[in-house]
Write a protein that binds this ligand. Structure first.
Ligand SMILES: NC(=O)C1=CN([C@@H]2O[C@H](COP(=O)(O)OP(=O)(O)OC[C@H]3O[C@@H](n4cnc5c(N)ncnc54)[C@H](OP(=O)(O)O)[C@@H]3O)[C@@H](O)[C@H]2O)C=CC1
Ligand SMILES: Nc1nc(=O)c2c([nH]1)NC[C@@H]1CN(c3ccc(C(=O)N[C@@H](CCC(=O)O)C(=O)O)cc3)C=[N+]21
Length: 302
């Protein structure tokens, strides 16, 4: 079997088209566009690329978009003061503080200081709790998990009843929220991590296999059940001497060619989950704007 390649770029473009239509309607009703503030502390080059991409998409969608770039030496108090300022700005509906933060800043303190109604990352404890209790009418859901679900739905449809989903990775930003969303779609969910015994055998039981580990090509072809749907969340930059000295390339957490020979459908890296993350950030900003203004919640990727 050769797997169907799940086109994350095309799916992201479809979400962004829905976003744009919603932005136009929102602006016509409210007389202002949705607003997104992205905060970057420090000069991590990968983070700079992501933040720039987010700003570009926000402008393309017709948002008010602002970027705050603070030096790596910024104190936690100064960052909290900025968060308080954007919390209080009525024209800002979404706030994203790019992770990771410098080591002297406590990320949990900063994320908890964001107004949950503006928490378009879905990382605030209020949104984590709403997601965990199934209140998806009110929760802001993390972008990468929400985007991954749209890709899964594009292959398997809305119900995962009877399917075993294995999520490798238990981070608060990816693994745990993806597991919650899979559970809500009636999958039987197993969450694996670095202390899981016989990971390969467990993965071989998965009808839906989600890799969110951060280890290049760790999931091998013989870990994949024939016909499984494989979602590769990993983004790893590795040396690519074949492209020339000092060059790099992006790979996922899945050994793509091996897995694609066994799976029924698989996301590529790049061009899979990554573009969906950015599209869902825009969608969450539109959702936050609607909820803050008392308008009906829009749905994306339906
Ligand atoms: N496509 C996108 O838009 C995004 C991609 N990413 C990418 O997704 C990946 C995961 O990110 P994130 O969740 O933040 O990473 P974290 O480092 O926070 O979490 C990694 C998880 O993988 C587990 N793990 C690590 N090594 C192993 C192993 N050998 N066997 C089994 N489990 C293991 C860890 O287990 P334990 O808890 O036991 O330590 C942990 O739960 C990264 O490649 C990241 O770049 C992240 C965000 C967005
Ligand atoms: N507060 C916060 N929210 C995040 O959502 C967040 C974060 N911090 N920190 C870092 C991770 C990572 N992340 C990605 C977003 C887009 C791509 C993406 O667009 N990837 C492209 C390739 C991009 C490239 O070429 O480098 C793709 O996969 O096709 C990847 C990764 C969001 N994150």
């Amino acid at each position: 079997m050769t797997a169907r390649i799940i086109d994350g770029k095309a799916a992201a473009a479809a979400v962004l088209a829905e976003v744009k239509a919603r932005v136009d309607a929102f602006r016509a009703t409210k007389g202002r566009p949705p607003g997104l503030a992205v905060v970057l502390v420090g000069e991590d080059p990968a983070s700079q690329v992501y933040v720039r991409n987010k700003g570009r998409e926000a402008e393309a969608a017709g948002f008010r978009s602002e970027q705050h770039t603070l030096p790596v030496t910024t104190s936690q108090a100064d960052l909290l003061a900025l968060v308080a300022r954007v919390n209080a700005d009525p024209g800002i509906d979404g706030i994203l503080v790019q992770l990771p933060l410098p080591k002297d800043i406590d990320a949990e303190t900063v994320l908890t200081a964001i107004d949950p109604a503006k928490d378009v990352d879905g990382f605030h404890p209020v949104n984590v709790g709403l997601l965990g209790s199934g209140a998806t009418d009110r929760a802001l859901v993390p972008c990468t998990p929400a985007g991954s679900m749209i890709l899964i739905e594009s292959v398997l449809g809305p119900s995962l009843a009877g399917k075993h989903a294995v999520v490798v990775g238990r981070s608060n930003i990816v693994g745990k929220p993806i597991a919650q969303l899979l559970l809500q779609r009636d999958a039987t969910v197993t969450i694996a991590h670095s202390r899981t015994a016989d990971l390969a055998a467990l993965c071989r039981q998965a009808d839906v296999l989600v890799a969110a580990v951060g280890r290049p090509e760790m999931v091998r072809g013989d870990w994949v059940k024939p016909g499984a749907v494989v979602i590769d969340v990993g983004i790893n930059r590795i040396p690519a001497p074949e492209k020339g000295e000092g060059k790099t390339r992006l790979v996922g957490d899945v050994a793509y060619a091996e897995a694609a020979a066994v799976a029924s459908a698989i996301t590529p890296v790049p061009g899979g989950v990554g573009p969906m993350t950015i599209a869902l950030l825009m969608a969450n900003t539109v959702t936050a704007a609607h909820l803050r203004e008392g308008l009906a919640r829009p749905r994306f990727g339906a």
